[in-house]
Design a protein around this ligand. Structure first.
Ligand SMILES: [Zn+2]
Length: 162
């Protein structure tokens, strides 16, 4: 199954851009551009957790779909969970974009995303770490891939695989 739909995680960017983006010059559709690193926010969120230590943080209470995706998909991470120190951390990748149309907001493997980068003009990837043990989750990084040539939005058809 390619790209299981996950509702509510991570937060969906508002649809303010037009249906078709401007073309952009791209040397390598698979090299991340417009990279946003959230490590500062991650440290802050962890600091808040330490202060409250109630477990009530939204970073420990993910949407059930995100947990399910973490259980069955996700790429294991070598590092320990920053909160509970377990080795049960996985990385999930979600793709967003007007061009993806009905398929925006789905979870994909690195190989699928690599393929998409050669087929799409522009889409954003969110990398979300999830701990299967304590449910800590955080968006670590976000970036744009694609060849820069805008495509019409994809529409879901019967029997479409993604
Ligand atoms: Zn954990």
């Amino acid at each position: 199954m390619r790209g299981s739909k996950v509702l509510g995680a991570p937060s969906k960017p508002p649809r303010v851009r037009p249906e078709r983006a401007e073309p952009e010059d791209v040397d390598d559709p698979r090299r991340p551009r417009r990279v946003v690193d959230y490590s500062l926010e991650r440290r802050r969120a962890l600091g808040k957790l330490v202060l409250t230590a109630t477990g009530a943080s939204e970073n420990l209470d993910p949407h059930p779909d995100l947990l399910r995706a973490a259980k069955y998909h996700g790429q294991p991470l070598a590092e320990a969970c920053p909160w509970c120190r377990s080795k049960e951390m996985v990385l999930l990748r979600y793709t967003w974009g007007d061009e993806l149309g009905d398929f925006t907001g789905r979870q994909h493997t690195l190989a699928e995303i690599d393929e998409m980068a050669g087929e799409q003009g522009q889409f954003r990837v969110d990398e979300v770490e999830v701990c299967r043990e304590c449910h800590w989750h955080f968006r670590r990084r976000s970036y744009v891939l694609g060849d820069g040539q805008p495509r019409p939005a994809k529409r879901a058809r019967k029997n479409d695989t993604w």
